[in-house]
Design a protein around this ligand. Sequence first.
Ligand SMILES: [Zn+2]
Length: 253
Amino acid sequence: MSIQTPSKFVAAGLAAAMISGCGTNILSRNEEIQVGREGSRGLESKYRLSTNQSDIALVNNIGNRIVTANNLTEWPWTFKVIDDPTVNAVSLPGGPVYVFRGLLDALGRNESELAGVIAHEIAHIEKRHAAKQYSSQVITMGGIQVLTGGDTRTVVQLANMLLQLEYSRGDEYDADTTGIGYMYRAGFDPWGLVRVFEKLQRLNNEGQGNVVTNVLRTHPLTRDRIERAKREIERITQAIDRDREALEMIDSE
Ligand SMILES: [Zn+2]
């Protein structure tokens, strides 16, 4: 596949975004996928990928199960494990999801807890949150090139930039809610998400905040957010159950 030349500037998008205010995604779906691919190359030259087959299989099985059960066919999804002790998980625009070995260790490779994290990352991609943040960063920097042209140094810079993006509270809540529905429809226990939150909070309170700084900075965790997730689990699981019962009634008629 040919690497796109660095000719894409965002002047037109910039004007459009300024008119409509912040939080606008100026990337097309295709550009979003390309930005994610370049970001992936940068990330994978910065970090080593895991070769642990059981970890790779675990993360892929959970990711693919969520994608299939929720019919998320719009993006070229990839699920990879980074061989690094940091407690973190990241998603890039357009499909790539990475789980750090440190997170697998912290969660004891618990399936429903990992599903909570992966479903949340999938929701950020599906709802195009990262692309929106990336767009606003591009706009802030005065219309830098959307794509790097594939040079190794610049794809690493792009990866660093994508990893530093901070989501708004609204986007976090949206990813929590959406992710809870994804988990439940894929047959995972949605309370796994709450258990992850509580574990991360405990690690942080125990003074191991340095190991979880990344995940808490890009996805800030507050008591309100945890309480909200609990209420959302009750609400969403009941709604999905009602839909299922209604379908069963129709099927049995
Ligand atoms: Zn998040």
